[in-house]
Design a protein around this ligand. Structure first.
Ligand code: F0G
Length: 355
């Protein structure tokens, strides 16, 4: 049953009694054992947390229900965010539900068209900027300081509180199984910070007996935390994590250090390969940024990083349907004539043998 993360995790959120919760029934997404990929890697169990099945197709909805509920509660009539696409889609949808205004600043021509279409349809005011996400975030922080609009990027603490629910769910869904590693893409570094805080919440109240090691993965061309230096012009096919100066940098480093995990980088090629494997081996279509979590696990598995029998959860942050251009432009199809012989030949050739 879906009732939204605030209602589901009432005992974790000591807020909101009698308040009206702005929800699209986010959360309660599937956790699937990736049987084929686990077999391919050998000796580890890889689980996939498919966040693409949230109402707007990404994990952002977990944070947005909380941020928008709080914004409305405090009397705000408008929200604002900078975004590489998913935050803007989510903010726009929850603002629509709450009947308040939404302003989104996006890097011009650098967000996936599906995400742009979402923000347009949900009725946000879209302000493309000739700059990257980091520029846009700077601008919205300044504007929000004047107090007329509420900032709903992950620097808003309510966002990260809501996103902790991802960690609660993973633990609940694993039941008695212990989680050894949590693998997650890193952009602005909010989600890795939220997951770490969420696991610590569950550890504190005795719901889990051990904390997982946190594995964060950045794209090679946008890997400020790995390089320990701001990236002025981040570039990657994974536009969602095309970020050179993450707002929650320190929190991500703390999550890595406290958990004795790692933050590493993966190439665009490794990301696209992992995206393809998720779809073709497990039936799960994710956007490129989301595949960074599996790409990283594959890379580390090749280096024999994981002890035998490790339970690894990869967070698949966003739905592949948001960003199909990369797929269709790499796979151009030539039509056949309406001729059964030719079509049969194509099918039987693919099946192998002589038909
Ligand atoms: N995966 C996807 C699909 C994302 O959209 C994002 C971030 C991340 C991973 C990284 O999460 O920023 O918490 O480290 N997208 C933001 C946005 C920046 O504007 O939609 P993070």
């Amino acid at each position: 049953m879906r009732s939204g993360i605030i209602n589901t995790y009432k005992e974790m959120y000591d807020v909101l009694d009698g308040e009206s919760v702005i929800t699209l029934q986010e959360g309660n997404t599937p956790l699937l054992l990736a049987e084929n990929i686990s077999r391919m890697l050998g000796k580890v169990n890889v689980y996939l947390k498919y966040e693409g099945l949230n109402p707007t197709g990404s994990f952002k909805d977990r944070g947005m229900t909380m941020a928008v509920t709080k914004a409305v509660q405090s009397g705000s009539k408008a929200i604002i965010c900078a975004s590489t696409g998913n935050t803007s889609a989510s903010a726009a949808a929850y603002a629509a539900k709450a009947n308040i205004k939404c302003f989104v600043l996006i890097p011009n021509n650098k967000i996936a068209v599906g995400k742009l279409a979402q923000a347009i349809m949900y009725g946000a005011t879209i302000l493309p900027v000739e700059g990257n996400f980091d520029d846009a975030l700077r601008l919205v922080r300044d504007i929000a300081e004047e107090g007329r609009v509420t900032l709903v990027n992950s620097v808003n603490p309510h966002r990260l509180l809501g996103q902790r629910s991802g960690a609660y769910e993973v633990c609940d869904q694993l039941e008695k199984k212990e989680l050894d590693y949590l693998s997650i893409p890193v952009g602005n570094a909010g989600n890795i910070s939220a997951y770490w805080a969420g696991f610590n919440d569950y550890y504190r109240i005795g719901k889990i007996k051990k904390l997982p090691k946190m594995l964060g993965f950045q794209a090679e061309g946008a890997a400020p935390i790995v390089e320990n230096s701001i990236v002025e012009n981040p570039e990657t096919v994974a536009t969602a994590i095309r970020i050179g100066n993450p707002a929650s940098w320190d929190k991500a480093v703390a999550a890595r250090n406290e958990s004795k995990g790692a933050v590493e980088k993966v190439t665009d090629q490794e990301i696209l390969e992992a995206q393809r494997l998720l779809a073709s081996m497990e039936g799960i279509f994710v956007e490129p940024a989301s595949a960074a979590s599996l790409a990283g696990v594959i890379k580390l598995a090749k280096e024999d990083y994981f002890p035998s029998g490790s339970n690894i959860v990869c967070i698949l942050t966003g739905n592949g349907l948001k960003d199909t251009e990369i797929v269709t432009s790499n796979n151009k199809l030539k039509p056949y004539s309406v001729n059964i012989k030719e079509i049969k030949e194509a099918i039987y050739r693919s099946l192998g043998g002589n038909g």
